[in-house]
Design a protein around this ligand. Structure first.
Ligand SMILES: CC(C)(COP(=O)(O)OP(=O)(O)OC[C@H]1O[C@@H](n2cnc3c(N)ncnc32)[C@H](O)[C@@H]1OP(=O)(O)O)[C@@H](O)C(=O)NCCC(=O)NCCS
Length: 329
């Protein structure tokens, strides 16, 4: 094992200006603020209104934010990994498009598809690239235009999702900070219960698939909920045990933001106090892979060097996991 660790040295983010609140949603479908707030915990979400701007547009904005905050130049970046379920196109990758928009020309760029767990999978992957000694400045981006795959006539999914992007810069260090450990899991049992039914190689787009709304998110909410509650809570507790972290040793818990009740279950299982939990579901909704880095972006000024941070996520596949970080600045 090398003694090189991968540490986050900067963070950037971007959310679109347009705010879709529960009141406006209630004029579009049979729902109401009270149901969405009590069952899910969302008040409003951001929507990228420009039909021709995709996830790479938001990803590039997030990278520009990171560059201006850290003074990093595009030519210094040697790897870009983008977690997304909503790339601008099936190919080329969102990573290559976002990289191009900000002038990154000397880097490998590729996407990771692990649905809502995409950021922690990408972070863990990027950390391995750095620990190998081969890469020095890596962008781990998560960019999601969830509104592009949301069916705004389906009240069981439409209130849940929002758009946004965030990115971290990962660099090598020999200090005892950075990505300390990760536990990542997949179970194909989730396939039928959370998916986009058409548009892929098994069911390419036809007039019928469009008419039948098969290019948007299909979710059996209660089934997914049961697995998310157990799997996120257990894997968070497992990574804490494995690293001898008590609830008091954890400085911050940054969970994926799909439902406040799922976050509550993680809090109960781990015992981590609620004040240490980063929440953005109320104002951003579920931004899929972007929810964890957006939470870190908004909380950056609270984090201190050496803070023990647990990230945890659950998403389609099913795929889920947890990452243990020591904050580096
Ligand atoms: C989607 C989710 C919020 C639905 O909440 P729920 O408590 O499970 O709600 P249900 O689907 O059981 O529906 C309960 C009732 O509310 C109704 N309902 C559903 N959506 C509604 C809405 N937007 N407004 C008002 N009523 C609604 C349902 O029709 C149902 O009514 P019924 O009892 O008369 O049939 C929840 O299941 C969830 O968060 N699932 C997990 C999401 C997740 O983790 N995804 C993976 C990562 S993205």
């Amino acid at each position: 094992m090398s003694n090189i660790k991968a540490v986050i040295t900067g963070i950037g983010g971007y959310v679109p200006d347009y705010i879709l609140n529960n009141q406006e949603l209630s004029t579009m479908m049979d729902t109401n603020d009270e149901w969405i707030t009590t069952r899910v915990g969302i008040k409003e979400r951001r929507i990228l209104k420009d039909k021709h701007a995709g996830s790479s547009f938001m990803g590039a904005k997030a990278i520009e934010d990171l560059f201006s905050k850290t003074g990093t130049k595009p030519e210094e970046i040697d790897l870009v990994i983008c977690a997304t379920s909503t790339p601008d196109h099936i190919f080329p990758s969102c990573a290559s498009m976002a990289a191009d928009k900000v002038g990154i020309k000397n880097a490998l760029a590729f996407d990771v598809q692990a649905a809502c767990s995409g950021f922690i999978v990408s972070l863990s992957t990027a950390a391995s690239f750095i620990e190998s000694g081969k890469y020095k400045k890596v962008l781990v981006l998560a960019a999601e235009k969830m509104s592009s795959i949301t069916n705004y006539t389906d009240r069981t999914t439409a209130p849940l999702f929002g758009d946004g992007a965030a990115v971290v810069l990962l660099e090598p260090t020999t200090e005892e900070v950075g990505v300390m450990d990760s536990l990542l899991r997949t179970d194909g049992i989730g396939y039928k219960h959370l998916q986009m039914k058409a548009g892929g190689s098994a069911n390419p787009a036809t007039h019928e698939t469009v008419e039948n709304q098969q290019h948007t998110i299909y979710q059996e909410g209660a089934y997914v909920f049961k697995h998310a509650v157990v799997d996120m809570a257990e894997i968070s507790a497992e990574i804490m045990d494995k690293n001898n972290l008590t609830k008091d040793d954890v400085t911050w818990l940054v969970p994926h933001q799909a439902n406040l009740r799922i976050i509550d279950a993680v809090v109960q299982r781990t015992g981590v106090e609620y004040e240490k939990v980063i929440i953005n579901i109320d104002h951003f909704g579920n931004t899929s892979a972007a929810s964890i880095p957006l939470g870190m972006w908004e909380s950056e000024n609270k984090f201190k060097k050496g803070d023990n941070i647990i990230l945890t996520a659950f998403g389609a596949g099913f795929t889920w996991g947890a990452v243990y970080l020591k904050w580096g600045y």
